[in-house]
Design a protein around this ligand. Structure first.
Ligand code: F0G
Length: 398
């Protein structure tokens, strides 16, 4: 069953519907978990090991073996900050971001519904993922990208997997509005995170974190927030497993935004349950360059209900954290993902995070998604002939 998160109106699972017909709010799938957690044991470690908890037709699954991502204990960085730190590395998914979790489920639903065309607006990763899954499913794929604001790796993926790419003169919010209008006219099946099936895939990040910790909850999960789907999804996942009795505690959901694109943090600081859109969002972390998040209600509910928090970080803090994670722990992430680490650092400094807390930072996309920003943050390699004497001198002088 699909249910409106605001007015509770109910819709059939097979209705192609993105927002509530009665009140216009966002929708979610309601599913009961009536299995024992032992049945997950011994299955291959993809997100489909949780198939009983994902409300789609198993015979239609379109998968690239997403999920089951690394869960790295980061003692060097954790010790430096005085916390017990784990990093969930979502860049290890097939197309290099967490979007693949949402897309495997969303594309499976698309096959169930028998659609021929899928589409999304994207800051990059959603389009890369959609393009790959549409190729695997054999469907036509249309993506709208904000012109000039998509990192190179993501653009390459969307184009190379054969999506029809439109470069929109406008930002993500405008591109999404246009794409949604076309979906409502039934030209295509919309696979942005306003589609509740997307979040059914992404909730498995929450499942896996609990499982990875030996069926315990961390004190806190920290992640970057853009369109606000992922924080909502992870909260749904951990809540489902908590309600099923698989764990005894729930984590504080902590959403980090870039200072130039922070409607959710603004709303949180004022105690509001809806955002006031940011007109001209700007940040180097282009993945989260979003001013009007569609899942604001769900995200703010997640933060309040979990006794969580939201904070902003500057572009400089993001770039510093990106480098810190790469050079201290060997984990390469794109700028948006580093917002979680930057946020962790800031909240430890502010005393919002207590010493000794067990924290999971979700890092959402791979370093190689945005090679230009990575190269710009480093000193250029020295150009030199392959002469051993010169090279020896250079090395010794370092
Ligand atoms: N991190 C990365 C790497 C992302 O690509 C996104 C969103 C987020 C974090 C934020 O997640 O939107 O669920 O709050 N990227 C979308 C896209 C908007 O089009 O790829 P969110």
């Amino acid at each position: 069953m699909i249910r409106c998160v605001s007015c509770g109106a109910e819709y059939d699972d097979d209705e192609v519907i993105y927002t509530c017909e009665k009140c216009g709010s966002v929708l979610e799938l309601v599913s009961d978990i009536d299995v024992s957690k032992d049945i997950f044991d011994g299955r291959r470690d993809t997100l489909w090991k949780f198939k009983e908890c994902i409300p789609v037709d198993e015979s239609k699954i379109v998968s690239l073996d997403e999920g089951g991502t690394p869960f790295c204990k980061c003692d060097k960085l954790g010790d430096e900050l005085g916390v017990n730190l784990y990093v969930k590395v979502e860049g290890s998914n097939p197309t290099g971001s967490f979007k693949d979790r949402g897309m495997t489920v969303g594309m499976t639903k698309a096959m169930e519904l028998g659609v021929s065309t899928v589409g999304c607006a994207s800051t990059g990763n959603t389009s890369a993922s959609l393009a790959a899954y549409a190729a695997r499913a054999g469907l036509r794929c249309i993506v709208f990208l904000p012109s000039g604001k998509v990192a190179l790796g993501k653009l390459a993926q969307a184009m190379f997997h054969g999506a029809e790419v439109m470069s929109i003169n406008g930002n993500f919010d405008e591109a999404l509005e246009a794409m949604t209008a076309l979906a409502l006219e039934k030209h295509l099946y919309l696979l942005n995170s306003i589609n509740p099936y997307r979040l059914e895939g992404q909730k498995t990040i929450g499942y896996e974190i609990l499982r990875d910790l030996g069926w315990q909850s961390p004190d806190r999960i920290i992640l970057p927030v853009g369109n606000a789907g992922n924080i909502s999804a992870i909260w749904k996942g951990v809540s489902e497993f908590y309600n099923a009795g698989f764990v005894k505690d729930l984590p504080m959901m902590t959403g980090i935004q870039a200072e130039g694109a922070c409607p959710v943090t603004n709303a949180f600081k004022k105690g509001e349950r809806r955002v006031v859109p940011v007109e001209n969002p700007e940040t180097i972390a282009t993945a989260i360059r979003i001013g009007a998040p569609v899942s604001d209600i769900k995200a703010l509910n997640a933060i309040y209900d979990s006794n969580g928090y939201s904070e902003t970080v500057t572009d400089e803090e993001i770039l510093d954290a990106q480098k810190l994670l790469a050079r201290t722990e060997g984990i390469g992430v794109e700028p948006a993902s580093a917002a979680s680490i930057a946020g962790l650092k800031k909240l430890v400094d502010q005393g919002v995070i207590d010493k000794g807390e067990t924290i999971t930072c979700v890092v959402t996309g791979h370093l190689l998604k945005d090679p230009n920003t990575a190269i710009d943050a480093c000193t250029k390699p020295t150009e030199v002939d392959a002469d051993i004497d010169t090279l020896r001198k250079l090395l010794m002088n370092k």
